[in-house]
Structure formats: C-alpha cells, structure tokens
Design a protein around this ligand. Structure first.
Ligand code: HEM
Length: 462
C-alpha cells in the first residue's frame, strides 16, 4: 500500500466502554457492592476491565475513568459536555435552589468568586488564632491522661472551627451544642438514593431538610441583625462578613437566599471532609508511630521562639504537611467525583454516550503504582524534596482539579495542621487500638471505622 493511501485511511471509530458483567437485577445494577465498598468495587473492576469501563447504578449508566490523562480530560471538559451541575443535583436541598451547583455554570462561578476573599492566605492567616483557640478549648475538656475517640474528637473540633470561621460567633453562640447534630444530619442526607430523587420521603432526607431549615432560620436572623446594625461587624472577619460585603456585577448586595445557601454549602463542603482528613491523619500516624519523633522534633524546632502559632510557622511544618497529604492520598474524604455527560464524550478511544454519569475516584487513582511508588505503603517522605511524587499533574486529586478544584484546600490543610500541631505539643500520644482501622463506607465521607482511639498523657498536668 502506498504511503499516500495510508493517509486517507479513516480513523478507528471510538468504541463504547466495556461493560462490567451485569448482576441479575439489571435496574439495581452494581448498587449493592458499590454501596458496600465503592473503592474495592471500582478497584477490582479496574483490574479486570482496565481504565475505562461502564456499569449500572440504580438504573443509571455510569462510566468510570481512571488515570492522570482521564482526570485531566474530565476536570477540563466543557460543562456543556460533562456537567457537574447535572451530576450534583442531589445537593440542591442542601445549597438551596439557584445556589452553587443548582445555578448556571457562569453564575456558580460568580458565586464561588464571592467566597474567595475569605480564603486568601492573608484571610486564612487571621484564622490561625481562632482555630488554635477552638482546638485548645476542646482539649481542655480532656483529663490529664485517658483515651479519646479520634473521629468524634475531630468532628467536634471542626464543627466549632468551621462555624466560627465561616458562619461567625453569633451562630456559634446561638446554636452551640446543637451544631454537631445539625451538620451530621446534613451530611447523612447524601445517599445513593439521592441520584434517583433527593426529595424521596426517606427519614434521612427529612432529617437533612429539618437541619437545613434550622440552620437557614438562624443564619437568616443573624444576617438581618448584621444588616440592621449597618456598621462593620466588630468580630473577626468570617465568611459571612465577606459575603455581606460582596457585590454583584451590577453593584448590588447578594440576596439572603444566596448568602445562606453558600454558607450552608461551605459547611457541607468543608466540615465533615476536614474532620475525616484530620482523623485519618491521626489514625495513620498512630499506626506508624516511627514517624512521631520526626514530627515532635519539627514542632519543637518550629515553636522554639515561644511565640504564638502563626501562618508562617505552620508553613514551616513540612513533615506535618507530608503526613496530612499522605492521609489525603490513602484516604481521600471524597472517594468518587462525578459529572453527567450531556453530549457524547470521547476519551482514550472510547465513546462515553450522552446520559452516562462519568465517575473518577481519587481513592482508586491514588493507589496506582505507575503514579505513586509502592502505593499501599504509608510513606509521608514521598512528598519531600527530591521525591515529590504528588507534583505529577493530576496525580493527587483529593481536592479535585481544573475548573472545580476545591477552593477550601488551604483552609482545610491549615485547620488539620493546627489541630495536630496543638495535639502533638500538648500530649504524649499513642494508639488506643491495634493497626490502622479500615474505612467506614456506611457514610458518604468515609472516616476510620470504630474503634479508632488515641491514648493521651498531658505533658504538663493541670
Ligand atoms: C478535607 C477537606 C476537603 C476536601 C477533601 C474537599 C474536596 C473537594 C473536592 C474533591 C472538590 C471538587 C469536586 C468535584 O470536582 O466534583 C471540592 C470542591 C469544592 N470545595 Fe472542597 N474539600 C474540602 C474542604 C473544603 C472547605 C473547607 C471548603 C470551604 C471553605 C470547601 C469548598 C469547596 C467548594 C466551594 C467547592 C466547589 C468548587 C467549584 O466547583 O468551583 N471545601 N472540594
């Protein structure tokens, strides 16, 4: 065949993704193994079918894509092709109509833009002290020695931190002890059934709606009081202040529905995820105690001046940061990220048909041996200069990537670092259980399965 003829050969047509062999109940699809352990299900299926495959979930066709090239393609796809808005419809009852994923993509981008001044490094530095205070207040309730549940501890601390830094002091003082339950009910209202209809009459959805209404009411009253007082808010600059001073392109203040929706959305996006990351950071560290001396030395050296904890000092705690990052890699709080294909989408010679849910999984991708050396091993040193395994583009995706990359990444890292910096300096710590707990997939954001406890002894007894 002449070379000229070869040029005119048609390109091979993209093939549909291989389908996983179906279970006996076609509508239910693979919902049962997926709900039981999505990471094991997807990981095992990938070993058999490769980096692109499809399956059914409650009547919904899903295509799973894995690998750095796939992440880049999904995170940068045009929203008219792969839509987060359509995929995350089940979040509308939390954010409220017309807010975040329920808004048109350009409007969502504008809304997220209003949050950004509260998340700059300067704004975050101003929160270091609030975060430290909340952690210390919580730890004051501990005895001189004892054992504490890691997941519960991290949940309580992050509820207080996130409430004060994002919603403001008035909400903390008005809802106080009710807040952990309200936040838990919001998070527990995200379930697989929401893919079908987040308005179904399920008890978990009713509790989600009641929690949303209770938070919305208090926030509405706090907003009205702040607007009525007219002058600048006298407390520290929380996210609420930022949103009340924000202006639309037409120079108008944001309406209350948008402010309330964005704030509740931020709580939803940032509280339980941070609690779980903080709990995994500790669970992994305590089950690999050989790393503790390095961290303790780093704390001593960084805090030698006896001054207060600051953003600058936190940034010098490199080993602590590696440990948080290793927790993000091994146990990312969001195990799957999704988009809805509104049009046919081609990747790696496969055609994903319009109508499919497109799924990537940080939890599966973070264990690829071609991306992370000896991926099942706990090895915080993989991020140190000279190795820096996370710097390969789209390798570490615990906070997503591309246009929808998490805007709260620095807030979350700062919060987890403050928690562990204070804990490490105040107590001698050891694990209260043997080995590292397995993930608890009974919730949308899987933390370590109970029992996951820490034994502590106060360095300076009180
Ligand atoms: C450990 C804690 C956190 C984790 C693991 C996390 C993870 C993520 C991920 C994976 C995404 C991308 C979702 C996707 O592409 O489908 C995301 C988006 C987002 N996160 Fe976070 N997040 C955390 C904390 C926070 C915090 C503290 C905030 C706010 C203060 C926040 C606000 C947001 C927002 C607003 C988005 C949507 C951004 C957009 O679509 O433009 N997150 N997060």
């Amino acid at each position: 065949m002449a070379t000229g003829d070869r040029k005119s050969l048609p390109l091979p047509l993209p093939l549909p993704p291989p389908r996983l062999p179906g279970p006996r109940l076609p509508w239910l699809g693979h919902a049962v193994p997926f709900a039981r352990n999505p990471v094991a299900f997807l990981g095992r299926a990938r070993e058999r079918a490769g980096n692109v495959f499809s399956f059914r979930l409650l009547g919904q066709p899903v295509t799973f894509l894995c690998g750095r090239a796939a992440h880049e393609a999904v995170f940068h796809a045009d929203e008219s092709v792969l839509s987060p808005r359509e995929a995350y419809r089940f979040m509308t009852p939390v954010f409220g109509p017309g807010v975040a994923f329920d808004a048109e993509p350009d409007e969502m981008e504008r809304q997220i833009g209003h949050l950004l001044p509260a998340l700059t490094s300067k704004s975050l530095a101003a929160h270091v002290d609030t975060m430290r205070q909340e952690v210390e207040d919580h730890l004051r309730t501990w005895q001189n020695s004892g054992e504490a549940d890691l997941t519960e501890t991290m949940n309580e601390i992050t509820v207080s931190v996130v409430t004060r830094c994002l919603l403001g002091e008035e909400v903390s003082s008005r809802l106080g002890p009710e807040l952990p339950r309200l936040f838990r009910d919001l998070e527990a209202g995200i379930r697989l059934a929401g893919l079908l209809d987040p308005g179904m009459p399920l008890p978990a959805f009713r509790r989600r709606d009641r929690a949303r209404a209770a938070l919305g009411q208090v926030l509405g009253e706090v907003i009205a009081a702040r607007r009525a007082s007219q002058g600048p808010h006298s407390g520290p600059r929380d996210m609420l202040t930022t949103l009340l001073t924000a202006r639309t392109p037409r120079g108008e203040a944001l309406d209350d529905t948008t402010v309330v929706g964005l704030l509740i959305g931020m709580i939803f996006a940032g509280q339980h995820t941070s609690a779980v990351l903080a709990a995994w950071t500790g669970a992994l560290l305590l089950s690999h105690p050989e790393h503790l001396p390095v961290l303790l030395r780093e704390q001593e050296e960084t805090m030698r001046g006896d001054g207060p904890l600051t953003g600058t000092l936190l940034r010098r705690m490199h080993h602590l940061e590696y440990c948080v990052r290793e927790a993000e890699r091994l146990h990312p709080p969001l195990v799957v990220l999704i988009r809805k294909a509104l049009r046919d989408f081609t990747h790696a010679g496969h055609l994903v048909p319009a109508g499919h849910l497109v799924m990537v999984s940080p939890a599966v991708s973070h264990r690829l041996p071609e991306v992370f050396h000896d991926p099942d091993r706990y090895d915080p040193g993989r991020y140190a200069p000279g190795r820096e395994e996370h710097t390969a583009p789209y390798a570490l995706i615990g906070f997503g990537g591309g246009r929808h990359r998490c805007v709260g990444t620095a807030f979350a890292y700062q919060q987890v670092k403050v928690i562990w910096s204070v804990l490490l300096r105040t107590f001698d710590l050891s694990p209260g259980h043997v080995g590292c707990p397995a993930p608890d997939y009974s919730t949308f954001i899987p933390g370590p399965r109970a029992p996951c406890t820490v034994r502590y002894r106060r360095r300076v007894p009180v």
